[in-house]
Design a protein around this ligand. Structure first.
Ligand code: GFB
Length: 316
């Protein structure tokens, strides 16, 4: 990639897109294209085609997606399936129509079967049934992978796909109903601490295991792949270690300084029992993460205090 390349980061305000923009700008890429939703609705075919025809980006990072935690995925399967299919179809077909040189599609670890072997190798894709709480999102992401691979085999396009594990960091969604577990517990622990509560409610049994990667490491991996990887075969991106949700809650409480009890709400779903990615392929290419979980939670908490405090103040 050249520093002058015109790079369209679709979804530049989101958790991943904003981290990729920080990373690229920090490295001296000066020609980034960004459009927020009001300027360009990626679910609409025609405006997307016109935008590409006019701007003709060299490189595209497809980080725009409808995302959410276990409850949002479970409650809104239509939106998770349809919005994601529309966005990725529009962006990928327009990239092809206008000669984009390289495209990075971002998937998710939930594309793998519910009972995939652990750690999950890339080859586990489509070898078994999906986890029902997020199968709509997973099917959309699998369709995106397949579309990129189809463009590669039929037209020789360099469209690559990365499968991140559970991500967290600045610009995450801290809304308790729609967020992922880490920002939700971070906010709950903060509110419990400042209100002097004696308990913090964790959804589910606390037994599921998840792998967490700081989004700055994810952005680093994306830029690494843009520079060093051209194959249509998918690549997992993770840190290689997982912890239980109970352990995560304990760690977050420790970092934030909430000393009350954890309680578990068994009416909420556990989802996939375990989701640890096999990252030997990415490690073999020469990439490793740098941010330890405790350190990442502490810096994300600082960001939360500086940017989300108003939203986090308990209702009075
Ligand atoms: O992060 P999360 O919402 O999604 O939940 P998934 C992970 C685990 O944390 C589940 C538990 O077992 C939740 O029940 N959990 C405990 C909580 N307390 C909370 C809480 O306060 N909020 C939330 N949200 N969870 C998502 C998929 O699955 O992973 C997406 O739905 C995507 O499609 C994403 O793939 C990476 O890890 O289960």
């Amino acid at each position: 990639m050249e520093k002058s390349d015109k790079i369209f980061v679709a979804g530049h305000r989101g958790l991943v897109g904003s981290a990729i923009v920080r990373r690229l700008e920090g490295e001296g890429f000066t020609n980034l294209l960004k459009r927020d939703r009001a300027e360009l609705d990626l679910t609409q075919e025609r405006p997307v085609a016109e935008f590409f025809a006019m701007e003709r980006p060299d490189v595209v990072v497809l980080a725009a997606a409808k995302v959410g935690g276990i409850k949002a995925n479970n409650d809104f399967p239509v939106e998770f399936l349809l919005d994601n299919l529309q966005v990725q179809n529009n962006v990928i077909t327009s990239a092809h129509a206008t000669g984009v040189r390289k495209l990075l599609f971002l998937g998710s670890s939930c594309i793998y079967p519910k009972h995939a072997p652990q750690p999950i190798p890339e080859e586990a894709l489509l070898t078994g049934p999906l986890e029902p709480t997020n199968d709509a999102y997973a099917i959309a992401k699998i369709a995106g992978i397949k579309l990129c691979q189809a463009y590669a085999s039929e037209y020789g396009e360099t469209y690559i796909s990365a499968m991140p594990t559970n991500l967290y960091g600045p610009n995450d969604n801290f809304d308790l109903l729609s967020s992922h577990v880490l920002p939700a517990l971070l906010r709950k622990a903060h509110e419990a601490k400042i209100s002097g509560a004696s308990e913090l409610m964790v959804w589910g049994s606390g037994d599921p295991r998840r792998e967490f990667l700081h989004v700055d490491d994810m952005a680093d991996a994306c830029v690494f792949l843009l520079k060093n990887y051209d194959s249509p075969e998918i690549v997992n991106v993770g840190c290689g270690e997982d912890i239980s949700i109970r352990q995560l809650a304990e760690l977050i409480c420790d970092v934030i300084g909430f000393e009350g009890e954890l309680t578990f709400d068994a009416t909420k779903p556990d989802g996939t029992p375990r989701k640890l990615l096999d990252v030997r392929k990415l490690n073999g290419l020469g990439w490793r993460p740098k941010i330890a979980l405790r350190e990442g939670i502490a810096s994300t908490y600082q960001w939360f205090l500086e940017h989300e405090l108003e939203a986090a103040a308990p209702a009075r």
